[in-house]
Design a protein around this ligand. Sequence first.
Ligand SMILES: [Zn+2]
Length: 125
Amino acid sequence: MKNYREYTDASGVTQATLAKSEKPEDVICDFCSSAEKPQTAFECRDFPMGEDPLGRQHVSTGGFNACPTCAKYVESGNREALLNRSVENFMREVNGSGFMSRSDARAGIKVIHDLFFRNRNGGAK
Ligand SMILES: [Zn+2]
């Protein structure tokens, strides 16, 4: 089951994304996957994201887009609210078929958020 799309960026790195395309109108929030506009981009160093279910390594490159709600949570350092919102949206919008349990989704999303805050340029709040 593949609920994401892969593309190769300008540097030749293969990325996984939930966005339909790279077009600005298709950009989604990198935290909660919502298409709510406008987006804020938070600078972030590239970091390894670990293996996907097929054993391939993925790397996060570039900044993280955030919808207005997630941007507010990132700026205020409210990581619990950020995680709760992201898990709720993931379960509703991405995990409709129930391929992932809520606790697994929460654990996986938390790892990515923790990596973001650790690698965010300017330091985590
Ligand atoms: Zn969001």
